[in-house]
Design a protein. Structure first.
Length: 659
């Protein structure tokens, strides 16, 4: 049966900082909804959504998992996302296909670095969000303090829709403030909070007429559905307390998935996994249209057609053939060979924007024993890069070296485990090194006249200008098609980002504008690939003339330590070229927030934990690239021949192009 637009289905992402109780909450949701017969445990490795062997062994989620169930007549697609910062790329991909989100906060730890980062991404995308305040029964649980903290760091529009009964070990549950049995004073607080945020409600409230609670709840639903207000509920996921109320709140306050099944297909591949018998599994969110088994679908991104062999719902190790995928739904599509994460299926019309969260900041070399087949290792990493494109696997043929990019040390441990269990390969990793970037020092020009050795003819002149921080590359051409044919202009535009992958110090060049101001071809001598050869020479000529500045990754950090360690921490931050806000005292603990270069602080969490005897927390997230001080030097060995050495470069590329 084709569901009508906007009815009966919600796609919910479960997000949290690591250890806030995300997978446990998901397990209890699946149990309460009747989807599973017994509650699995993260620690014992029996959680349905932790289906990878390594997830069961380590007790952490490393990739997003999809589960579907029904609650009060509404079909719910639930995506449990990883909480650890090393797997932020999985969170980023899940955010793109969610209509609504549950953000789990711990009533003990409160708002942590990753919860804040996810919140900012949710707000950027305008995703309606519900907050589940978990671990209410734990010693040290302080819901009032966490609510105040959440209103400071996340949003002033977080509104508790329940009254918590008891605290710490005396916590017994929570009452819905719309229920008759609710405490009138607590309900009045909610009504006043709503009135403060809506003029019409304020007028009604001040008029003194009896209040229609049903109408007020509808207003809250509308505000929550629009991503303006954020209902908060309480619970203890590990004991199943508050889970049915959380499910009720999800179906109450979240809007239904839209999308017209009759329109042309528009969907996106947000995850790739592998099945031993079925091959490549493409997790697809469909925004409009309908896809059925044996349909032929256009991969818009790669401009190829693919034949759908099967459409299945996959949960943990279980799969079920559903035959069709309709607008607003999520399922696994088989048969699309060569499909990659981020590929658009059908037309791109209905695909929402994405929030960029994950930036790999470390590069690592992979080593293996001489007896191991290097082709197997390279093939395995290329497969893993299909599942996580940010790994950016690079095989350097001349040096016979394999390099990958990673978010952090936990990711390396997981990769090590996956390589052994899935591929039977044993590898080791070199010391991680920080990924720097470069940016132009000033504005200037780059020029090349590639006229020898014949046959060839390509003349290019670029203007290169610094751009604002975080702007990446902007490219435009001012050259008329009569001077340079469109196919040559297209080839040049395609080669500019490649030419900027290695600057003067070997790092990617970013935050700049490149403008093609002059271009010429020859009616007889120009070969289509001449502009592929000429573009890097003109770009490097320009960078060499104007110079580049080194950029380094900066972390936003929040450090919580016993008060007696505060002085040493502040001294450490200064030594590491960090900056910080005035510290805040909270009981006997000191909270220090600041910014740190990644390069100077790679090992700091370990030494901090050591000298505070484990009584500290260090949370960080990527805050952008900033210019290095003049005394910082970081150079990377260039791969291939430098285009500045034009004679050798031309010979090396022409041989490769002919080959």
């Amino acid at each position: 049966m084709v569901q009508q637009q906007g009815t009966g289905r919600i796609n919910v992402g479960i997000f949290a900082h690591v250890d806030a109780g995300k997978t446990t909450t998901t397990e209890h949701i699946l149990y309460e909804s009747g989807r599973i017969k017994a509650v699995g445990s993260v620690d014992s490795g029996t959680a349905l959504t932790d289906s990878m062997e390594v997830e069961r062994q380590r007790g952490i989620s490393v990739r997003a998992a999809l589960a579907s169930f029904e609650w009060r007549g509404v079909q719910v697609n639930l995506v449990d996302t990883p909480g650890h910062v090393d797997f932020l790329s999985e969170v980023e991909r899940s955010l793109r296909v969610m209509d609504c989100a549950v953000l789990i906060l711990s009533a003990v730890e409160g708002v942590q670095a990753q919860s804040e980062m996810i919140w900012n991404a949710l707000r950027k995308l305008g995703i309606p969000t519900l907050i589940f305040l978990n671990k209410m029964d734990r010693a040290g649980a302080d819901p009032a303090a966490v609510l105040a903290q959440a209103r400071t760091y996340l949003s002033g529009d977080i509104l508790p829709v329940q009254q918590a009964l008891g605290q710490e070990q005396n916590y017994t549950g929570a009452l819905d403030l719309w229920a008759e049995a609710a405490d009138p004073a607590a309900r009045t607080e909610l009504l006043e909070a709503l009135a403060e945020r809506d003029e019409a409600l304020l007028e009604t409230y001040m008029s003194g007429t009896p209040l229609d609670l049903t109408a007020w709840k509808e207003q809250l639903k509308a505000g929550a559905g629009a991503g303006k207000w954020f209902p908060l509920v309480y619970g203890v996921a590990a004991k199943g307390l508050g889970i049915t109320q959380l499910l009720d709140a999800m179906t109450d306050y979240f809007p239904r998935a839209g999308g017209n099944p009759e329109l042309p297909v528009s969907g996106i591949v947000y995850s790739i996994q592998r099945d031993k018998s079925m091959g490549r599994m493409a997790f697809v969110r469909l925004y409009q249209g309908t896809v059925r088994n044996r349909d032929t679908v256009l991969n818009y991104t790669q401009d190829v057609q693919g034949k759908v062999t099967q459409i299945r719902k996959v949960e943990g190790g279980r799969t079920e053939d559903v035959g069709a995928l309709e607008a607003g739904d999520i399922a696994v599509v088989y048969g699309l060979s060569g499909v990659r994460i981020g590929d658009v299926l059908g037309v791109p019309d209905a695909i929402p924007q994405e929030a960029k969260l994950a930036v790999p900041l470390l590069t690592v070399r992979v080593h293996w024993e001489a007896a191991v087949d290097e082709h197997k290792v390279i093939g395995a990493f290329q497969e893993l890069a299909d599942e996580d494109p940010l790994l950016d696997t690079q095989w350097l043929q001349d040096e016979r070296e394999l390099h990958i990019k990673v978010m952090g040390p936990i990711q390396l441990e997981i990769l090590d485990s996956v390589l052994e269990s899935r591929y039977g390969l044993k590898v080791t990793f070199g010391q991680p090194s920080v990924i720097y970037r470069e940016t132009p020092s000033r504005a200037g020009e780059g020029y090349v006249a590639y006229l020898m050795p014949k046959p060839c003819w390509a003349i290019l002149r670029f203007r290169i200008e610094p751009g604002p921080p975080g702007s990446g590359l902007r490219y435009e051409s001012l050259v008329r098609s009569s001077d340079l044919l469109p196919q040559y202009q297209n080839e040049t535009a395609r080669r500019v980002p490649e030419a900027l992958m290695q600057g003067l110090y070997g790092w990617e060049v970013t935050d700049l504008k490149v403008t093609l101001t002059e271009g010429q071809h020859h009616v007889w001598h120009t070969h289509p690939l001449d502009f592929a050869v000429a573009t890097p020479m003109a770009i490097m000529d320009g960078l060499n003339r104007i110079g580049t500045k080194l950029l380094e990754p900066i972390l936003q950090v929040r450090i919580v330590v016993p008060e007696e360690n505060g002085g040493r921490v502040m001294n450490d931050l200064v030594q590491m070229r960090g900056t910080f806000e005035p510290p805040v005292l909270q009981g006997e603990r000191m909270i220090i927030e600041g910014r740190l270069p990644l390069a100077t602080s790679l090992d700091y969490p370990v030494s901090l934990s050591s000298y505070t005897n484990g009584r500290s927390t260090f949370t960080s997230f990527f805050a952008g690239y900033e210019e290095c001080p003049p005394d910082v030097r970081a150079e990377r060995t260039r791969r291939g021949v430098n285009p500045l050495d034009q004679a050798r470069y031309i010979l090396s590329v022409r041989k490769a192009l002919q080959g």
